[in-house]
Ligand binder design. Sequence first.
Ligand code: ZN
Length: 373
Amino acid sequence: MITIKSDFDHGNIRVVDANDPGDVRLEIRPDGKAPFFQWFYFRVEGVKEKALRMRIENAGGASYVLGWSDYRAVASYDGEDWFRVDARYEDGVLTIEHAPRAETVEYAYFAPYATSRYRRFMEAQERAPLLSRSVIGKTLDGQDIDLLSAGEGERALWVIARQHPGETMGSWWMEGFLERLADADDAAGRALRAKATIRVAPCMNLDGARRGHLRTNAAGADLNRAWRNASMDVSPEVCLVREKMRETGVDFFLDVHGDEAIPNNFLDGAEGIPSWDARHEALFARYSGLLLNESTDFQTKDGYPAPPPGKANLDIAANYVAETWGCLSMTLEMPFKDANVNPDPVYGWSPERCRKLGRDNLAVMARIVDDLR
Ligand SMILES: [Zn+2]
């Protein structure tokens, strides 16, 4: 007899039929007030040495069906070490076949980042001498929205992640970025803190994350489509951060995400905003080039096509910020699959590699900070 559970933090699955380990039928639950779905995370108990065959039967209706081709799921026996297991997508069904070596195993779309881990990490940041933490308000579910700050330089840098709650890679990235930012012995961190004040909203969508959503918050709002018309009723997370940005100004903005379909890390600029010009173009090219030198996992060939001039969606954070403050403003996307430029057959794109990319981005910020204005 096997048992499947998902009634925990970040959990998401609906069991259709789990009587036969060789033919487990599952569905992913859509976000509470919106039709998006793709994120899954569940625990299977009583499975040691059983040949488990699990079919996610509504995969064909998921938000990004291209995300399933060449996709491999992640699994863990201890909630720490997340390795890849083969998955196959055909006829609208994602099938995961695995023979676990332990009684209990967890499966997910990408390595989950527990809310408890986030809280512990925030408490640690509060104790870090070089960072300060403030709570700028509450989410609709009543969770504290954190803002961290470091440095005392003139330039105002902003970095945010997890607008889309299913993109847990953003939180792993943040661990690496913030650890380096808070490191008194790191030359890049020291240089950056001297020249800039760096403000970080490490987890924008705490409610969606805890509820096991892919894309939206407790009210069903896609926060990265809410920047022009954010409201305290529907998208307080964006409202509150935007308000702080109005107080501090913005000379640099990076919004950290994950992309379901593209098997590589890439940057998306704010091309297509009405005020896009040669200076925007040059700053974006410079950041991309520096990151290409800094990180073996980064590349610039795969990515989103730029929208036609003037056609950028200003509800998207990076576009809104670029247009409002006239600054270098980007979205960083990491893969759910693997980074094809530097593949890892065991772990794929992994928490440790997210952390490293976070550290590498900090080094690039330190090198570009003098040129931002
Ligand atoms: Zn995203």
